[in-house]
Design a protein around this ligand. Sequence first.
Ligand SMILES: [Zn+2]
Length: 365
Amino acid sequence: MELQCPRCSARVSADTNQWRCSCGGPFVLSFSYEFPDRQELQKRPSTIWRYREALPIESDRHIVSFQEGYSPLVLDRVDGLDLWWKLEYVAPTGSVKDRGTSVLISRIKEMGIERIVEDSSGNAGASVAAYCARARVSARIFVPQRASPNKKQQIKIYGAELVEVSGDREETAKAAQRAAKNAYYANQIWNPYFIEGTKTCSFEIVEQLGWEAPDYVMAPMGVGTIILSLGVGFRELRDQGIISHLPHIVGVQAQNCCPFYDAWKSGHKRKTYGSTIAEGIAHTDSPRFEEILAVIRESQGCVIIVSEEEIHKGITALSHRGFFVEPTSAVVLPGLSRLCRHADLAERKVVILLTGSGLKYTPPS
Ligand SMILES: [Zn+2]
């Protein structure tokens, strides 16, 4: 097991504390495994750790878990279309982040690290704070000052040190990276172990659909962690012969803040972007920008944008179906309407992730 840099081809031992390559690029993890036997899987617990062989932790005694994963896959009918909602918001800290955090903090435990820093719009920070509490690791979490009060309170209540940064999401990341000179940087997009944990969402979708790949998988898209992890998971299943084709991966961005959409559509990002109620995806840049665009292209997927008005309507429409999610998650419902305008989804298997709980951030109705 080793870390590799796709930009300069450097190879580094997986035991390093370095959070990026000396050339400035993000690392990817290189390790091989054999996907567990389907019969054997039936005997295993319903958590991400049922795919133990696929998760890069050497010893079981280092696993830090709240039995996360195996979230419900709920069949629904929307505007005459059958689809499945993947309820990631029922996770231990209320968001999809717990998958990645479980593997990341397990690895931190395995490496004997006692102090970490992280930056987040709120959900990853809350998740890291909870798993650090369980692992007895000291956590310092940087968030934008204007992050949701509930998310900030959740981070603090787990006992982590909360550092509020005036400025946008990218400035928050820079402040955390300066602090990372003295502590391990447990970041959801830079750290490859986080992506290894989040890829289990793809495994579950395929297992829950009776070992068949869906045709479309849609999720909110901010810094791109979920989209990248879905791509990694489905690619591994295809390469091991478990599924025959990759699903089309569809990322949904807020129209006010849509660098991936711009780059996918016209090849260029704008210099500045506006604000959005979908705070969890208000990112103007991603350190893995090209890697993530490549996932969309390889899957013959696309990036879709939705307006603030559509997001508000999405929150209400999802709530009236019984799904209580935060604004960031609600982008997928208007995203589905937009996708239907240029793709025929009838008779296709469509899975949509609902990523964060409405308890995290409830806008006034
Ligand atoms: Zn490099």
